[in-house]
Design a protein around this ligand. Structure first.
Ligand SMILES: C[S@@+](CC[C@H](N)C(=O)[O-])C[C@H]1O[C@@H](n2cnc3c(N)ncnc32)[C@H](O)[C@@H]1O
Length: 215
């Protein structure tokens, strides 16, 4: 009887131990650079997603400025969020990505989970015009990529929370220049910001504004 109990306990310990080992191996795989690079390469991008070149530019900006708290306005399925998430994980930071469409939120969260970035990136569901005011604390990185005519509104909601030295990126600033004229005029003429328009990718024949908050 005693021997049987001992055998059952040993078996349970072995099963639990093996299960934990498998879970650990799975987590290790998701977090590996090779797995993530392949995931980014194979990502089924839609027309909404940012381009590969722009996503890498975002990643490099986060890494090089050692950003710690970022906001993305407009997640779609999370291509930008995965790329920036990789950088925020390296800096020990966190990214909040805001998305209005529940289907996109689900896809974004699933993609983040697939590469083990669910703790580094939080996808918040809702209209960014309503969720931005609820974000607590200060931020040092912003990527605006939702409704083009609303860029100034998003920016004005986050601007009081920006630290000096913050990096602000606006997407599609060449093809949608007219729709976001108020935002571009402001960010390019305000003495508080240095701004440049760049084209990191020829894929969509478009570009991004990159600004640095001086004070
Ligand atoms: C161009 S896509 C974003 C692409 C994404 N940044 C990427 O890197 O792949 C724009 C997204 O903004 C979302 N969106 C539109 N209006 C929004 C709003 N008011 N608040 C939050 N998200 C919004 C859309 O549903 C869409 O998924």
């Amino acid at each position: 009887m005693k021997l049987r109990r001992l055998l059952i306990v040993s078996l349970c310990i072995t099963v639990v131990g093996f299960g934990s080992l498998l879970a650990f191996a799975g987590r290790e795989k998701k977090n590996s650079a090779d797995f993530r690079n392949q995931f980014v390469k194979d990502f089924k991008r839609t027309g909404l997603n940012t381009t590969v070149g722009d996503a890498m530019m975002l990643r490099i900006l986060v890494e090089s400025a050692r950003c710690k708290r970022g906001v993305e306005v407009g997640s779609a399925t999370g291509f930008g969020a995965v790329n920036m998430g990789i950088a925020f994980e390296r800096t020990g930071g966190h990214l909040y990505t805001l998305e209005i469409d529940p289907k996109m939120v689900k896809a974004c969260r699933e993609n983040l989970e697939k590469v083990g970035l669910e703790k580094t990136v939080t996808c918040i569901e809702g209209d960014a015009l309503k969720t931005l005011p609820g974000l607590k604390g200060q931020f040092d990185f912003v990527f605006i990529d939702a409704v083009k005519r609303d860029y100034m509104k998003y920016f004005k909601l986050i601007e009081p929370k920006l630290k000096p030295g913050a990096v602000i990126v606006g997407d599609n600033v060449i093809r949608s220049e007219r729709a976001m004229k108020d935002f571009l005029d402001y960010i390019q003429t305000s003495p508080d910001y240095d701004t440049v328009i760049i084209r990191a990718s020829m894929e969509k024949n478009d570009g991004m504004s990159i600004s640095y908050k001086i004070k």
